[in-house]
Design a protein around this ligand. Sequence first.
Ligand code: SAM
Length: 216
Amino acid sequence: MPEDQRAGERNAMVDTQIAARGVRNPRVLQAMRTVPRHLFVPAAYESAAYRDGPLPIGHGQTISQPYIVALMTELLDISPGDRVLEVGAGSGYQAAVLATLGAEVITIERIPEVAALAEENLRNAGVHGVRVVVADGSEGYPQEAPYQAILVTAATPRVPEPLISQMAEGGRLVAPVGGRDVQELVRLVKREGRVESTFFGGVVFVPLLGRHGWEV
Ligand code: SAM
C-alpha cells in the first residue's frame, strides 16, 4: 500500500479517535500523525494498524490503542531533551512517539523476543533516540536515573517504589494501576520530593510481571 494512503489513515486516526476525544497538545497530535504505526504491528494486521483499538504483537502481548498512547504521552508533558523511561517496550511504537517529541528514551522489556521485535520495528521506521533494554522494568533503570518522565505500559497493582525514587524533581510518571483485569490511569508529579497523584479514568492493560508488579 502506498505510503500516502497510510498518511491519510494516520490523519483520520488523529482527527476521529484522538483529537475528537480531547487530546489537544499540538506536538503530541503531530507526533501521532508522523510515526508509521503500520510498521509496528505484525504483517497480518497491517491493514488494521490505524483502527481504534489494541492489536496482538505475539507472545500474548499487545500494541496499545492509539488514543491511549496519545493520552499517556500528553499526560507526560514531554519537552525535547527529556530523559524518559518506558516500562514495557512491546512493539516499540510508544517509544517511537516519545522519541519523535525529542525525548531520549530508554524502554525496558522483560521478554527478549519482544525486545528484539521492538528494536527491529524502530530500525525499520528509522527512529533514533531509543535504547531497548531487556530487564524487569518494575525495578526501573537506576543506571540512567533520574528521569523527567516515566511511563508504565503494563498494569500494576501499585506504582513500583523504585520508579518513584527514579523520578526527577518536577518529573511526571504515568501508569495503569489497579486489578489484573481493569485499572485506572494515574499521573504522579514529584514536587519538592513529594508526589501528587491525579486519576484519568479506566483502562485495560496486560499485566506488569515482576518483583514490584504481579507475580510471574
Ligand atoms: N508500549 C508498548 C507498545 O508501544 O507497543 C505496549 C506495551 S504492552 C501493552 C506491555 C509490555 O510490557 C509487554 O510487551 C510485556 O512483555 C511488558 N512487560 C510486562 N512486565 C514487564 C516488566 N516487569 N518489565 C518490562 N516489561 C514488562
